[in-house]
Design a protein around this ligand. Structure first.
Ligand code: NAD
Length: 419
């Protein structure tokens, strides 16, 4: 993203991926130059009253990468490592993701550098409300619609929605997605990302002629995305043999007993110490033998350093940006089938789109309708990516990016440059 303030490993990686796709597409140089950078970025100070009476000033971000296809859309992340470059990279990936699956939405992302686990409910609420107030003029149902990401959940979305609505003087449910169903959220949104990952694994297994009932899986990051993915895979008969979170990693060669494991995580807020499994070092988890590996935590987990050690057949990227371009090259040589992030985890933004549409129409759908429409959109995108990958002789990631980038570029050329 060219200038110094954007510099971070994640943004450099996002731009490198974009450049590979742009070159394959022979993209107009002027359009490429524009797409390498976000439209707009906001850095805000978020003074928050802590429980001991002091005021702590957190730093918050909202980056809007591109809205040529529709309003900006993207999550809000609470994590100590959040910075402008990372949020910029995540916003760019949102642009390609929305475009790839054909949503009338652009790409954005936000976040606050903080450790939500160390904040009380009061502190979390105060920080969220002040952050919302600071970005208030830059979000809205027609402008930019946040959603949950790492470290945030439906409660945080409810506070964002309430703060925005209090300022407007009336309820505006369409300002965020991933809200509780009681205040205009959608059925199936909480499960959407994990469910989408599983639909894509099912398509990949068909494509590779693998019998899922004979497959094993490992999940890095047992949070919203990882937990739902693991639970739904187990329901299909997949043996989920390993899982991790920030507390550590656990392993059971016979398969983790899923119902008990989920209950344990729910109660203890960690996977470490689960009596039905052995503990393994977190770094080794990714290199355990399994058929399907699902990174569902942070960026750049699979790198030039550890990619050669991966033993899976399918890499399904629940997380955004878990694999570096160096690792991509190694995985390609090893013949590992990658379901790239902008396809594998697009279920979240697809059902967020459904939630937004339902809010705007004040007309709500059944969970079956949501599941079926989600699956239809994802399966269509999967086969489109396979088609481009075959025709253009590129890997799944480059194919997915080529489709996403091309739609955005075409729309930009139609709309022209306003100067
Ligand atoms: P979450 O906060 O619910 O869960 C993240 C989990 O990862 C936590 O259990 C945490 O302990 C664990 N974790 C963090 N760092 C780890 C590490 N180094 N090793 C092992 N575990 C680690 O977040 P989430 O919403 O599930 O998001 C996970 C990933 O999925 C992120 O990359 C996010 O951008 C992506 N994603 C989320 C959604 C969504 O709808 N929530 C949609 C698309 C993509």
């Amino acid at each position: 993203m060219a200038t110094i303030e954007w510099r971070s490993p994640a943004s450099e990686m996002a731009v490198r991926q974009f450049d590979i796709a742009a070159e394959r597409l022979n993209l107009d140089k002027n359009v490429a130059g524009r797409l390498r950078r976000p439209d707009r970025a906001l850095i805000v100070s978020v003074p928050t009253r802590m429980d001991d009476g002091s005021v702590h000033v957190f730093t918050g971000y909202r980056v809007q990468h591109n809205d040529v296809l529709g309003p900006f859309k993207g999550g809000i992340r609470y994590h100590p490592d959040v910075n402008l470059g990372e949020v910029g990279a995540l916003a760019m990936w949102m642009t390609w993701k929305c475009s790839l699956v054909g949503l009338p939405l652009g790409g954005g992302k936000g976040g606050i550098a903080c450790d939500p686990k160390k904040l009380s409910r009061n502190e979390l609420q105060g920080m969220t409300r002040r952050y919302t107030a600071e970005i208030l003029n830059f979000i809205g149902p027609e402008v930019d619609i946040p959603a949950p990401d790492m470290g945030t959940n439906e409660q945080v979305m409810a506070w964002v929605m309430d703060t925005y609505s209090q300022h407007k003087g009336y309820a505006v449910p369409g300002v965020v997605t991933g809200k509780p169903v009681d205040i205009g959220g959608s059925l199936g949104r909480r499960e959407a990302t994990g469910r989408g990952v599983v639909y894509m694994i099912m398509e990949a297994a068909k494509h590779l002629e693998l019998d899922l009932a004979k497959c094993s899986a490992v999940v890095q990051g047992f949070g919203n995305v990882g937990l739902v993915t693991a639970r739904e895979l187990a329901a299909l008969g997949v043996k989920v043999v390993g899982a991790s979170d920030t507390s550590g990693a656990v392993w059971n060669a016979k398969g983790l007993p899923m119902a008990e494991f989920v209950l344990y995580k729910d109660k203890n807020k960690r996977v470490q110490g689960f009596p039905g499994a052995e503990s393994v070092p977190g770094a080794e988890l990714l290199e355990l033998k399994c058929d399907i590996l699902i990174p569902a935590a942070g960026e750049m987990q699979i790198t030039g350093e550890n990619a050669a050690g991966l033993k899976c057949k399918i890499l399904a990227e629940g997380a955004n940006g878990p694999t570096t371009p160096e690792a991509d090259q190694i995985l390609k040589e090893k013949g590992i089938f990658i379901i790239p992030d902008i396809l594998a985890n697009a279920g979240g933004v697809i059902v967020s789109y459904f939630e937004w549409v339902q809010d705007l129409q004040n007309f709500f759908w059944t969970e079956d309708e949501i599941r079926n429409r989600l699956r239809e959109i994802l399966n269509r995108a999967f086969h489109e990516v396979i088609g481009v990958s075959r025709r253009e002789k590129v890997d799944m990631r480059v194919a997915a990016l080529m489709i996403g980038v091309k739609r955005v570029a075409r729309a930009m050329l139609w709309r022209g440059l306003y100067a």
